[in-house]
Design a protein around this ligand. Structure first.
Ligand code: MOS
Length: 708
């Protein structure tokens, strides 16, 4: 479901790209005028509120729903149940088929919906609905050898479920130096600041048009899903996602809250707002699936890899297959004549996992880069030298040449900036009182993805321009960068360009996901602006009042088969101190150096890199969701229990990049930057903890109970 890789040979454009530009909507955001999906300031008369009822069993059936007590409460308009809810059309994504049958595939699955005059009344009504279940025994325990596990044909992103090159087992057995280690990454949750929320209303005498404000990473996909579910032509639905308070992948696909809001609005004839409470998110908007890793690295005594095996076990739900593609980076990173990568997925009675920032790469590179560090220690070799020794000429998995690959430059530049050259490699020897200190390094990679997009550009009399594209700015700075791309292509000042994004009324565009947004939308914006420049050159005399418009559609250019392996690379460095009395790990310094093509806006790019690294710090030290075997539910359901880094946890974080020119990407010459910052950070921190203590920990997060 992620955008596919593609290639182009267009030359990079010049213009105001690369300028340090503040977010165009920054003022709107800090003054509260930016409109989010269920913004209180935009509440029409008669607006009602919906509150879902989650299932309290992990597997079974709803046998009865008693709504009498709920309906008797003040302000309650309706309670939708599997028996009374509107019937939906076929859901391509089974997680959207809400209230359509009595099955409970996991705890937290929505089994009813209360609608009332106020959010408080809706919440009270939801609490008063009495559900009876026929519960069945559930299985939520992932094990590497689970009997229901299988190797899927493809993992997330469309990559093959497994791969094999040469004879990896025999090569490993014959290798003079070997690492055979198991790593574990727990389930993780995205928890964006703005919870998943939607505002829906049906217009017209016979409700012929549906308008939805949704907190989503891609309004076009939401519209397509709603059209199928409600049996409407897409032209009769408008989805607006103008400002979005984060998503990290959890808003990358349409989510059940938007379907419920539209259902409730149709059922009651009222406009309806539905903002999911934080505590309901963990079961219904995806999570990073837990991954169990076995890494086998076989090397010559000089560090040359002869065998690389990465085997991953993970879970999915009973209703939808999602396979965290954590073994895929091992097909990209290091040269080795023999290699094996595989995913084994087990359907369990758990919520459906989905995308979370750098799905696949984040957990996969934690394991691979930890194992590389273990190998370096075993060899008595510097971990940077080990990586440089195994730098491939072509992509190991595909044999394709790289469009550009500057991992070695990132490692060297990072080493210089971090002061790596002075490092004493001995573990466990830097003690200051109760504190042990250490440093670690890890590599990072993230694929260059791009999807077809459309856009339009209009020149107005008076010298201003409007650019339209249904892009989504989830806090990344996308709106600003698109204006820069347009200004550059038009040869206009940034202040002369107005960018409209975040609505299906605009030219269709793909989601903000897979670090592909800027490349995908920007390509279409660039083409539309270039076409407009041509039209203006042919046009003589004054512009008509409606101006001149040019459009672009990159379907052909952006879906061409790739002739190159295209990835961003990076190097992460960490310095930690470990308290030998409390077991607490504190990160003192984090450094990331990236090779991600052309950096289009240093200010917003730095923010993306640093944000990814902070999320990686959370993954390394504090974040985890625990599947409770008795209840079949995640124990950590809110931010009091799910610990994301607080300011006091975040030290000096520094992001740099090397100038990388790559002519095989898109007209801007850019690679994605939204996800790579998380990728190498957990392993760099884990490797630093080993350097500090001499103890190798292989289960994330590195909480005090594990460290002691
Ligand atoms: Mo990202 S996890 O592809 O939104």
């Amino acid at each position: 479901m992620r955008p596919t890789a593609a290639t182009s040979t267009l030359a990079p454009a010049s213009g105001s790209l690369g300028a340090d530009t503040a977010r165009l909507e920054g003022r709107d955001k800090v003054t509260g005028t930016a409109r989010y999906a269920t913004e209180q300031a935009h509440t029409p008369p008669g607006c009602a509120y919906a509150w879902p009822v989650p299932a309290t069993v992990a597997r079974g059936r709803v046998t009865a729903v008693d709504t009498a007590a709920a309906l008797a409460l003040p302000g309650v308009l309706a309670v939708l149940t599997p028996d009374t809810a509107p019937r939906l059309g076929h859901a391509e994504d089974p997680t959207l088929a809400v209230l359509q049958d009595h099955r409970v595939p996991h705890r937290g699955w929505f089994v009813a919906l209360a609608v009332a005059e106020t959010p408080e009344q809706a919440r009270a009504a939801a609490g008063a609905v009495r559900i009876s279940y026929a519960a069945e025994p559930h299985d939520v325990a992932l094990t590497a050898g689970h009997p229901d596990g299988y190797v899927p044909e493809t993992a997330n992103g469309g990559e093959a479920g497994s791969s094999r090159r040469g004879d990896p087992e025999a090569a490993f057995d014959a290798a003079p130096v070997r690492i055979d280690a198991a790593y574990r990454v727990p389930p993780l949750h995205n928890h964006p600041m703005e919870p998943h929320a939607a505002f829906a209303h049906w217009d017209g005498d016979r409700a012929e048009h549906l308008t939805v404000y949704d907190s989503s990473q891609g309004a076009n996909a939401v519209r397509t899903a709603l059209a199928q579910l409600f049996g409407l032509a897409e032209g009769r639905i408008t989805v607006i996602s103008e400002h979005v308070g984060g998503g990290f992948g959890s808003k990358g696909t349409p989510r059940p809250h938007v379907v419920l809001a539209a259902m409730a609005a149709r059922h009651t004839g009222r406009p309806v707002k539905l903002a999911l409470p934080r505590r309901q998110l963990s079961a219904v908007v995806g999570h990073r699936a837990p991954t169990l890793h076995r890494l086998r690295l076989g090397a010559e005594r000089d560090g040359t890899l002869v065998s690389v095996s990465h085997e991953v076990a993970t879970h999915t739900s009973r209703i939808k297959e999602f396979v965290e593609q954590a073994a895929v980076p091992a097909r990209v990173m290091y040269a080795s004549p023999h290699s094996l990568t595989s995913h084994r997925v087990t359907p369990l009675d758990v919520p459906t996992p989905s995308w979370m920032r750098a799905p696949g790469e984040a957990p996969g590179m934690y394991a691979l880069e930890s194992a590389m560090d273990e190998l370096a220690v075993e060899l008595g070799m510097d971990p940077i030298d080990l990586r440089v020794r195994n730098e491939p000429v072509t992509e190991p998995g595909s044999g394709l040449p790289f469009s550009s690959r500057h991992l070695v430059e990132c490692l060297r530049e990072g080493a210089r900036r971090f002061g790596w050259g002075d490092r004493d490699p001995r573990p466990g020897v830097r003690r200051e009182g109760d504190l042990l200190t250490g440093t670690g390094v890890a590599a990072a990679t993230y694929p260059v993805l791009v999807a077809p997009s459309t856009a339009s550009a209009t020149a107005h009399p008076g010298g201003t321009f409007t650019v339209r594209v249904n892009a989504t700015d989830i806090g990344t700075g996308a709106r600003t960068v698109l204006a820069q791309i347009a200004a550059g292509a038009l040869g206009a000042a940034l202040s002369a360009v107005r960018v409209e994004i975040g609505s299906t009324r605009l030219p269709a565009a793909p989601l903000a996901g897979g670090s592909s947004g800027t490349a995908s939308w920007g390509w279409a914006v660039h083409e539309a602006c270039a076409a407009l420049v041509d039209r203006l050159a042919d046009h003589h005399g004054a512009l008509p009042p409606e101006g001149l418009t040019a459009t672009a559609d990159t379907t052909e250019a952006a879906s061409a088969a790739p002739a190159f392996a295209r990835h961003a690379f990076g190097a992460h460095f960490a310095e930690v101190q470990v308290d030998t009395v409390t077991g607490e790990v504190q990160v003192r310094r984090l450094l990331g150096v990236y090779a991600a093509g052309r950096i289009l806006n240093p200010r917003t790019a730095r923010s993306q890199f640093v944000g990814g690294m902070v999320m990686g710090l959370g993954m390394a030290l504090t974040e985890h969701s625990t599947m409770d075997p008795a209840f079949g539910d995640f124990t950590e359901a809110d931010l009091a229990m799910y610990h994301v880094p607080a300011h006091a946890d975040v030290p000096d974080v520094d992001a740099h990049w090397i100038d990388e020119e790559d002519h095989y990407l898109n007209p801007m010459g850019s690679k994605g930057i939204g996800e790579i910052g998380i990728v190498g950070t957990p392993a760099a921190i884990g490797n630093a903890v080993h350097h500090a203590t001499g103890v190798r920990l292989r289960h994330l997060p590195l909480t005090p109970d594990r460290v002691l």
